[in-house]
Design a protein. Structure first.
Length: 166
């Protein structure tokens, strides 16, 4: 990993490992559950979390993402095993692409568009940190709330939890 990526993403491996620990706890028989009518189902939210590393990989591969030509979001993955396999595959692809990215590429502009309409343009490094890693952490936290509501033990992420004291 180049110097800039090492500095900005020094925590990436730890955050991905913590996310995997949450995904490992998902009960297969509850993937259709949702805490509220306006909430994602557990399976849909977990699928979003499992596939976010793939978005980071895509951002590292190309200077532009066009939502008009990008496939629609996938259906919820059917099992914890599928979620973990997808997450592992896409996390490895993100880490490999990040390790190969030069500082120049990371500082370059990345653009999100829908056809001819530019929705956002920002330094790739900022996009990766905000839209990918911070977004992943946000939704991982939502998953821990779902686990708590389902009375599934919540794994420690930054320290012990009520379910896993020291």
């Amino acid at each position: 990993m180049r110097q800039l990526a090492q500095h900005v993403f020094a925590d990436l491996a730890c955050e991905l490992a913590a996310t995997r620990r949450v995904l490992e706890r998902l009960p297969d028989d509850q993937l259709g559950w949702r805490p509220h009518v306006r909430s994602f189902t557990l399976g849909a939210l977990a699928t979003h979390v499992a596939t976010l590393p793939g978005v980071a990989h895509d951002i590292l591969r190309a200077d532009v993402m066009d939502l008009a030509t990008r496939p629609s979001p996938r259906q919820a993955l059917p099992s914890r095993a599928d979620l973990l396999a997808t997450f592992d595959e896409q996390s490895a692809a993100w880490q490999d692409a990040l390790a190969a990215a030069t500082d120049e590429v990371l500082q370059g502009t990345w653009t999100l568009r829908h056809g001819t309409q530019v929705l956002d343009a920002a330094p790739r490094l900022e996009v990766l940190r905000h839209w990918c890693l911070n977004h992943l952490i946000h939704h991982r936290a939502q998953l821990t709330v779902y686990l708590r509501l389902l009375d599934v033990p919540v794994p420690g992420l930054y320290g012990p939890t009520a379910d896993e004291p020291r």
